[in-house]
Design a protein around this ligand. Structure first.
Ligand code: BGC
Length: 740
């Protein structure tokens, strides 16, 4: 067994011997001159856009460490002058904002970004986002959100990178690298927030320590390893303890084990939420629980400003605890260069640079997943095209959730793109929306759509969800297309004309029936400013679809949570299982067998994780696993991939493993690597992955005399290995085995 935990202890010993840095000297010196009140002021983050006079007075009194939701170089500089020029120590503010998937130029929602499987492009989008935001005075974003989400009912699935830990970790690191150093990243929500019971936001989570460490924590660690300067607590109670008061998460793991010096900020009011949670009787007790769990900055709740000094006077809190927190805050400001350059230039570069728009277009293209194609796509020239559906021309809705600064006026909708960019002067483009918005139930305009459909050669049906239906507190108990969209699809399909369904949504929807009805399906999530342009490029063949599902698509909501890296159970589903309508009347209890599935549906999803089609086809050959010379238990896994079609295109090659025996049951598939490669038509490329024992490690737990101990280790076991185009690993005939 390889015990990796020992490494972190060795590291901490090394760290304690290093001489004091310039940064430490600066912070120590400043801290030694601060009063208790000034220190507590630094721990206060507020939104001065509300009730500004009182709050500006607080800034002048040195009682604010960070402001948020103030946008614009002039506005930020004005407040900054109060902090730098009118307070005793002149400590600069750090201006924060939720810049989640773009500032002015909006990129696809993070779930869509994950569908690109292109970390370089996501890093580039984050870099351009940070530049646009920094020009307006923002130096701290509350992103990336890296909560691994296995439940599409949960509205915040839109904000993260999907259901897989490895994929989310890759994007967590990429986004962090992109944001910094222009603005500080804040990896959130620490931790387990996405496992809320029933997919209902803010709800309770129960996550065993080993699952927490295997599935939910690695993306946080990846962002921190990439240098993320801050971390945000989550709202949920995790095994009964809300994160803001969770010493185990915030100290044992984040500080002691990971040795992170990133600033830990609460979520909005998550400190005072300890009262409604039922953990604390009042806010003063909440402040005590939070400081004892080392929540370092209080976003909006005022529990530190109101009670910390009193708690110190009462000797319930040691001032040294406060120093530790303030040190983190000053450190982040120091690393952002705010002490040297507190102000932002008011000669700001214009947003929507050509580079930003090109990147937004490319990312929106790569985020779209071709789920089905009977051959209608790419569209031939000279077709009479009908655009219809509630999302065909919605400049605001296509931007998605968490957009504060993006301007719908700059959105290119599918309709704009088809009207503006069609090169062919004879093209026949017509638009009849039929429904005004995604929840619209008014079908009176269907007759007009139907008439137009009958005159068209192809129907492009833009459906999905408006932006407001996903994101924070926007959970759904029903994953069908809302409003009368399913009825609209019935009507379109009945015309007998080819229908291309384009879905813009904040989550995977249960669209099995519509997929059957459609001739082609392109799933784009919410694609941002350039979504329409990207869709136009894809539909007309100017770009080739390359998106892959970052999350499993269920057939029906009752299957949820449904994710690819599940356990097999001791009684995997029979193939085919006996479904409800095929059970004979009066059938004896056990005569149809006992296996793991639902009577309405087998365990199979509508679309598996990692899935997506192209306008070309790829062949996987010569899959090989070879030991790496001189490195015990290291393997090179390689495969030759040939583009067998007539279009140059990108393929996302995926490496999966399954452990077949061991100390604990392991998932049926686990993603261990991926590479998106461009292969010209007719050419082949060899892709190589290295598989190390560390990649095959997982968290073990033992309870001795009720004391629990966890450790990361790799079992001596047999593993299956696949290189495949998606998580079914079905198209590759030979699976390979390695023995560790
Ligand atoms: C959300 C965070 C967000 C914060 C600040 C909270 O409600 O959970 O993700 O960063 O608000 O707007």
């Amino acid at each position: 067994m390889v015990c990796i935990a020992v490494l972190s202890v060795m590291l901490s010993v090394l760290c304690s011997c290093t001489p004091q840095s310039e940064e430490d000297r600066f912070i120590d010196n400043l801290l030694s001159r601060m009063t208790l009140e000034e220190k507590i002021g630094q721990m206060n983050q507020l939104d001065p856009s509300w009730d500004s006079e009182v709050k500006e007075q607080l800034i002048r009194e040195g009682k604010v460490g960070s402001v948020f939701n103030i946008v614009g170089a002039e506005q930020v500089n004005r407040l900054q002058r109060m902090a730098v020029e009118q307070t005793r120590l002149g400590i600069p503010l750090v201006a924060a904002r939720d810049v989640i998937h773009g500032f002015r130029t909006i990129y696809p929602i993070p779930l869509g970004q994950a569908a690109s499987w292109n970390t370089g492009l996501v890093e580039q989008a984050a870099r351009l986002t940070a530049q646009e935001a920094a020009a307006e005075g923002i130096r701290w974003t509350f992103s990336p959100m890296v909560d691994v989400a296995r439940d599409p009912r949960w509205g915040r699935i839109a904000e993260g990178y999907g259901e897989d830990t490895y994929l989310a970790s890759a994007f967590a690191a990429a986004a962090t690298r992109g944001y910094q150093p222009s603005i500080a990243a804040c990896v959130k929500h620490f931790a387990g927030y996405s496992a809320s019971e029933g997919g209902r936001d803010y709800n309770t989570t129960w996550i065993p320590e080993t699952l927490l460490r295997d599935v939910y924590l690695p993306p946080f660690k990846a962002a921190l390893d990439a240098g993320a300067m801050s971390v945000m607590c989550s709202f949920n109670d995790l095994n009964g303890l809300p994160s803001s008061a969770n010493h185990h998460l915030n100290v044992d793991i984040l500080r002691d084990e990971w040795q992170s010096d990133a600033l830990l900020v609460s979520d909005w009011g998550s400190g005072s939420d300890l009262v409604p949670h039922g953990l604390c009787a009042d806010k003063k007790e909440a402040a005590l629980r939070c400081i004892n769990a080392r929540m370092e900055m209080d976003m909006q709740a005022n529990i530190y400003t109101d009670y910390l000094a009193e708690l110190v006077r009462e000797k319930k809190v040691d001032e040294k605890q406060i120093d530790v927190c303030v040190r983190s805050i000053l450190r982040m400001k120091y690393r952002l260069g705010l002490f040297e350059h507190p102000y932002v230039s008011e000669q700001k570069p214009a947003p929507y640079s050509e580079q930003a728009l090109v990147t937004a277009t490319q990312l929106a293209e790569e985020s779209a997943i071709l789920l089905k194609n009977n051959g209608i796509l790419p569209l031939r020239d000279n077709l009479r095209i009908l655009l219809c559906g509630p999302m065909a021309d919605q400049p605001k809705e296509q931007l998605g959730t968490w957009v504060f600064d993006g301007e719908p006026d700059h959105s290119v909708t599918p309709l704009n793109a088809f009207l503006t960019h069609t090169d062919n002067p004879d093209a026949h483009i017509r638009m009849v929306a039929g429904l005004s918005y995604s929840r619209d139930r008014n079908t009176t305009r269907f007759a007009e759509v139907e008439r137009a459909a009958r005159e068209a050669d192809v129907i492009l049906f833009f459906c999905g969800e408006e932006a407001i239906l996903s994101g924070e507190a926007r959970c759904r108990a029903d994953l069908n297309l809302p409003g009368a969209q399913a009825e609209m699809m019935d009507m379109l399909s009945a015309t007998g004309k080819p229908v291309v369904m384009v879905v813009m949504a904040g989550r995977p929807l249960t669209i099995g029936k519509q997929v059957e009805q459609a001739d082609a399906v392109l799933y784009t999530f919410h694609g941002g400013t350039m979504a329409g342009q990207a869709l136009y490029n894809l539909l007309t063949g100017k770009a080739v679809p390359s998106g892959r599902t970052p999350v499993t698509f269920p057939k029906m909501v009752g299957q949820v949570p449904l994710y690819y890296n599940r356990h097999n159970t001791g009684r995997p589903s029979y193939d085919p299982p006996m479904l409800i309508d095929s059970i004979p009347v009066g059938c004896p209890q056990f005569s149809i067998g006992q296996s793991s599935y639902w009577l309405e549906t087998p365990t199979e999803p509508l679309f598996p994780f990692g899935y997506g089609l192209s306008y070309t086809t790829f062949m996987y050959n010569d899959i090989e696993v070879l030991p790496v010379e001189g490195q015990a238990n290291h393997y090179t896994v390689s495969c030759c991939i040939t583009n067998t079609g007539d279009r140059d295109a990108s393929e996302t090659v995926q490496l999966y493993t399954r452990q077949l025996s061991g100390d604990l049951v392991r998932p049926i598939r686990e993603l261990k690597g991926f590479e998106k490669i461009h292969i010209p038509a007719g050419e082949s490329r060899t892709v190589r992955f290295t598989l190390t024992p560390e990649q095959l490690a997982y968290w073990h737990e033992r309870k001795d005399n009720c004391e629990s101990r966890v450790w990361l280790a790799t079992d001596t076991a047999l593993f299956q290995v696949w290189i495949a185009p998606d998580s079914r690993c079905a198209t590759v005939p030979d699976t390979l085995r390695i023995n560790l």
